[in-house]
Design a protein around this ligand. Structure first.
Ligand SMILES: Nc1nc2c(c(=O)[nH]1)N[C@H]1C(S)=C(S)[C@@H](COP(=O)(O)O)O[C@H]1N2
Ligand SMILES: [Mo]
Length: 248
């Protein structure tokens, strides 16, 4: 590591500690959200360090198709059993023809997209390594529409800072606009050249390749663009003991 890099990471460290102690510099867009909880300082550390050390568009490594591995389905694999189970079952029975992705919030033109609408938009295919917090990794190919293209289509407002995702199984999470507009952040409807299988999040899941696996929410139903940070209470990662920002 060069001297300059060491200085940067020390600054990231100090910045992370300061902000987690509640000393947020007002008006600084590089600061992560704060929840006034010292136990969450790891969020600030990984957030500051990644934002300082990696360029906004540096890409997660991509692999060849020949390197694809098998991938277990983890967490919710059958959303018909969950909170909005009946609604999921209804759209699943129709092969997701009646499913819609609602995109609302701090936007000029709220829209609701069918799967066909999303498939007609710009698409990106990427072979990446999924890293689960439980310790396993897997390589798969994902095809979808860049989240940035969807956000442009709804004309997000200048005050917007976060993009929130809501799933059929009740989970919710968010990313900042750096991750939202990152070229590898896609709303995936395809996996390994086929439609996204139900256990892996059909009909649409998020892929956030520069963060750990649980950020890539499956079974999406709604996206809300927000000006302020929301921890989603019991349905969010934070109150479940998981970090909000988990850069890899
Ligand atoms: N809606 C929803 N999204 C989710 C989960 C979940 O339980 N529900 N599990 C997360 C975790 S911990 C991982 S590792 C990946 C697993 O994706 P996979 O089932 O395709 O392997 O999805 C993430 N997204
Ligand atoms: Mo995971």
């Amino acid at each position: 590591m060069t001297d300059a890099r060491i200085r940067i990471s020390r600054r990231a460290l100090i910045g992370g500690l300061a902000s987690s102690a509640g000393l947020l510099l007002s008006g600084c867009n590089e600061e992560p959200p704060t929840y006034g909880n010292l136990l969450r300082m790891g969020d600030n550390l990984t957030y500051s360090a990644q934002r300082l050390l990696l360029s906004r568009t540096s890409l997660a490594r991509e692999y060849d198709r020949a390197e694809i591995t098998s991938m277990p389905a983890i967490g919710t694999v059958d959303p018909t059993q969950g909170k909005a189970g009946d609604q999921y079952a209804a759209v699943m029975r129709g092969d997701f023809a009646d499913w819609r992705l609602e995109v609302v919030g701090s936007v000029g033109q709220p829209k609701s997209f069918s799967l066909a609408d999303l498939k007609r938009m710009k698409s990106r295919t990427q072979v990446t390594r999924h890293m689960c917090e439980e310790g396993w990794t897997a390589i798969a190919e994902w095809t979808g529409v860049p989240l940035g293209a969807v956000l442009e289509a709804v004309a997000i407002r200048p005050a917007a800072r976060f993009v929130e995702f809501h799933s059929f199984d009740g989970l919710a999470d968010s990313v900042d606009l750096v991750d939202a507009f990152h070229p590898q952040t896609i709303l995936a409807y395809g996996m390994n050249g086929r439609d996204l299988p139900i256990p892996h999040g059909a009909p649409l899941r998020l892929r956030v390749e520069r963060q750990i696996g649980y950020k890539s929410l499956k079974f999406l139903r709604r996206i809300v663009v927000a000006d302020r940070f929301n921890d989603f209470g019991k349905t969010g990662s934070i109150q479940n003991g998981w970090a909000w920002h988990v850069g890899i």
